[in-house]
Each structure stands twice: as structure tokens, then as C-alpha cells.
Design a protein around this ligand. Structure first.
Ligand SMILES: [Zn+2]
Length: 95
């Protein structure tokens, strides 16, 4: 559907740096990111605050399936027997 004339403002200019750190532990990855951050802050002109971020993916501790797939919205696991047994031991019933 056509819309009324719009315009675009540009804001929050920033640069993202994706390190090549696959295959090492979380703690090692964070340590490497801190090193990169310090390097940018020390050597790059006009760089403002450098911040470190990462995403998280919650997984079943037993079968490693993502809980967004393997768990119901109420928290009931449907991914594996081990998670369902723990759910019942917590006082819940399987639906
Ligand atoms: Zn599971």
C-alpha cells in the first residue's frame, strides 16, 4: 500500500567488529574481545567508547536443544526424557 511521503534521518553511527574467535571457550572469547577493545581504544583516532556484547542461546542441559524449540511457553520441556523427568521432580505434571 502506498504511504504518505516520508524521510529518513541517520543517527547512532557505529562500527561493529566481528572477531574470528570460533572454537574457543566463552571465557577465552571474552578475554580476546577485551584485548581487541583495548587495541581499538589505544590505536584508533576518533573512536568513542568501545563496548563488548554477545548473544545468548538457552539450551536444554541434557540434549542441548534450544529451549525456544524444545520447551513450551510455560516451561514444560518436550525435547527429551531427562528434562521431562526433572520437570516432574520439580512438582509439575506433564501435559
Ligand atoms: Zn532436552
Amino acid at each position: 500500500m502506498p504511504k504518505a511521503k516520508t524521510e529518513v534521518d541517520y543517527e547512532n553511527y557505529r562500527i561493529e567488529v566481528q572477531p574470528e574467535l570460533a572454537g574457543i571457550s566463552h571465557d577465552s572469547q571474552v578475554a580476546a574481545l577485551v584485548g581487541i577493545k583495548k587495541g581499538i581504544e589505544r590505536h584508533v583516532d576518533n573512536a568513542g567508547p568501545v563496548t563488548i556484547h554477545w548473544d545468548t542461546v538457552e539450551r536444554c542441559a541434557y540434549c542441548k536443544m534450544e529451549t525456544s524449540i524444545g520447551y513450551s511457553p510455560t516451561g514444560e520441556p518436550c525435547c527429551c526424557d531427562e528434562a521431562q523427568q526433572e520437570w516432574v521432580q520439580m512438582g509439575n505434571t506433564l501435559t
